[in-house]
Design a protein around this ligand. Structure first.
Ligand SMILES: Nc1nc2c(ncn2[C@@H]2O[C@H](COP(=O)(O)OP(=O)(O)OP(=O)(O)O)[C@@H](O)[C@H]2O)c(=O)[nH]1
Length: 340
C-alpha cells in the first residue's frame, strides 16, 4: 500500500480529525473493511472505467495497478495508485454524473463497491464507516473550494486579458486615426485620403464625384514675411474653409505643404463649380480683410469630374486636376480651372 501523510484538520463540527492531504487513500482498517464486501475486478491497461458525464453509483478502490482521472479542459490530470479510492460521489449520491474520465494506466485489480455492498458495511462497522464518510465529505468540500479558487483566479486572469485586449484595440484605433490625420490642421492626410479613395474604388463604392485640388497662392511670402507660425495659421484657416463646405460624405484633405484637396461626392460639374467658386471667393475676401498678420491667402483650384470606374486609379484623376491647377497658377492664381 502507498505511503500516507496524515495531518490534523479541523472538521466542519470543529473537532480535530486525521485527514490525508492526498485524501483519496484508505487507511488500513478501511481497506480491510471494504475488501470484505467489495467485488474484485481485473482491469487491463488503457481500460476506460467511466467517462465524464456517465451516470454511475459505484465507488472504486485500487488494490493494484494505477488509474488516471481526467477532469477535462485545462485542469490537471490526477494519477491514483494502490489503496486510493475514487468515484465515491456516485456511491454516496446514487446515479451521479461523473466529473472525470477514469482510465487504467497500469493493469491491476480494483475493488468495486456498489450501493448494496455499502449498506452491508453499515451493519458490520458503523463507526469505521462514519469516519470514512466524514473524511470523504471533507475531501469533497476541499476539492470544491480548490476548484472555486482556481475558477476565481482564471476569471480574474480572463478579465485582465480582456482589459489588455480592449486597451490594445483602442490604442490600435487611435494609432490608425493618428497615422491618417494631418497634425497641423486635423484634416485627413494624403495617406488616409488615398487609402480611403482606393478602398472605395476597388470595392466599386466610389460614386461619381468631383476632385478639387486647392493650392495657396504665394504662400512662401507669408512664411518669409511673417514667420512660420503665421504660415501655420493660414494653413489652418484654409482647412477650416474646406471643412465648412464639406457635406457628410465628402472628404477634405491636406495633401502636404500648402496643397489641399476635396472629394465632393455625388456632384456634377455644375454643383461643384458653385462650391469651388465659393472657396476661391471666400478666400479672396478673407485675405483682403486680414492682411497684418495675414489670416488667409488667395487660392487656386484645379478640378475634374471623377467618373465611378473601378478600373481607373486615383493617380489618373489627380493628374487631371493637377493639370487644371497648373493652368490656374499660370494665369496668376486666385481662380478655378477645370480639366475635362
Ligand atoms: N508655415 C508652414 N509652411 C509650410 C508648411 N509646409 C510647407 N510649407 C512651406 O510652404 C511653402 C510652399 O512654397 P511653394 O510651393 O513655392 O508655394 P507658393 O509660395 O505658394 O508658390 P505658388 O504656389 O507658386 O504661388 C514652402 O516655403 C514650404 O516651406 C507648414 O506646415 N507650415
Amino acid at each position: 500500500m502507498s505511503a500516507r501523510v496524515v495531518v490534523p484538520l479541523e472538521s466542519a463540527a470543529g473537532r480535530l480529525e486525521e485527514f490525508s492531504p492526498a485524501a483519496s487513500v484508505l487507511d488500513d482498517a478501511e481497506y480491510a473493511l471494504f475488501s470484505q464486501v467489495a467485488r474484485t475486478r481485473k482491469c487491463a491497461a488503457g481500460e476506460v472505467l467511466f467517462r465524464r458525464g456517465d451516470h454511475g453509483s459505484d465507488m472504486y478502490v485500487i488494490a493494484s495497478g494505477a488509474v488516471e482521472l481526467d477532469f477535462g479542459d485545462d485542469l490537471v490530470r490526477k494519477p491514483l495508485g494502490m489503496g486510493e479510492f475514487f468515484g465515491e460521489l456516485g456511491l454516496l449520491m446514487g446515479d451521479h454524473a461523473r466529473s472525470a474520465n477514469a482510465t487504467m494506466t497500469q493493469p491491476g485489480v480494483l475493488l468495486e463497491l456498489g450501493r448494496e455492498t455499502f449498506d452491508r458495511l453499515t451493519d458490520r462497522d458503523p463507526k469505521q464507516l462514519a469516519k470514512f464518510l466524514r473524511r470523504t465529505i471533507m475531501r469533497v468540500v476541499c476539492n470544491e473550494q480548490a476548484l472555486i479558487g482556481r475558477l476565481r483566479r482564471r476569471n480574474l486572469e480572463l478579465q485582465n486579458t480582456l482589459d489588455v485586449l480592449r486597451t490594445t484595440a483602442l490604442q490600435l484605433d487611435q494609432s490608425e486615426i493618428l497615422i491618417r490625420t494631418d497634425e497641423l490642421t486635423g484634416l485627413t492626410n494624403r495617406r488616409g485620403f488615398v487609402a480611403h479613395v482606393e478602398q472605395a474604388r476597388l470595392a466599386g463604392k466610389l460614386p461619381d464625384s468631383v476632385l478639387i485640388l486647392v493650392d495657396c497662392d504665394r504662400f512662401k511670402e507669408i512664411n518669409d514675411g511673417h514667420g512660420h507660425l503665421a504660415g501655420d495659421r493660414v494653413l489652418q484657416s484654409v482647412s477650416n474653409l474646406l471643412r465648412a463646405v464639406c457635406g457628410q460624405d465628402d472628404i477634405a484633405c491636406r495633401l502636404g505643404g500648402d496643397e489641399f484637396c476635396l472629394l465632393i461626392h455625388g456632384h456634377n460639374r455644375d454643383g461643384a463649380e458653385r462650391i469651388a467658386g465659393y472657396i476661391v471667393e471666400s478666400a479672396r475676401i478673407l485675405q483682403r480683410m486680414h492682411q497684418r498678420p495675414p489670416q488667409m491667402t488667395t487660392l487656386s483650384i484645379g478640378a475634374c469630374v471623377v467618373a465611378a470606374d473601378a478600373e481607373i486609379a486615383w493617380e489618373h484623376w489627380y493628374k487631371q486636376a493637377d493639370l487644371a491647377l497648373y493652368r490656374a497658377k499660370h494665369q496668376g492664381g486666385n481662380r478655378v480651372e477645370w480639366q475635362d
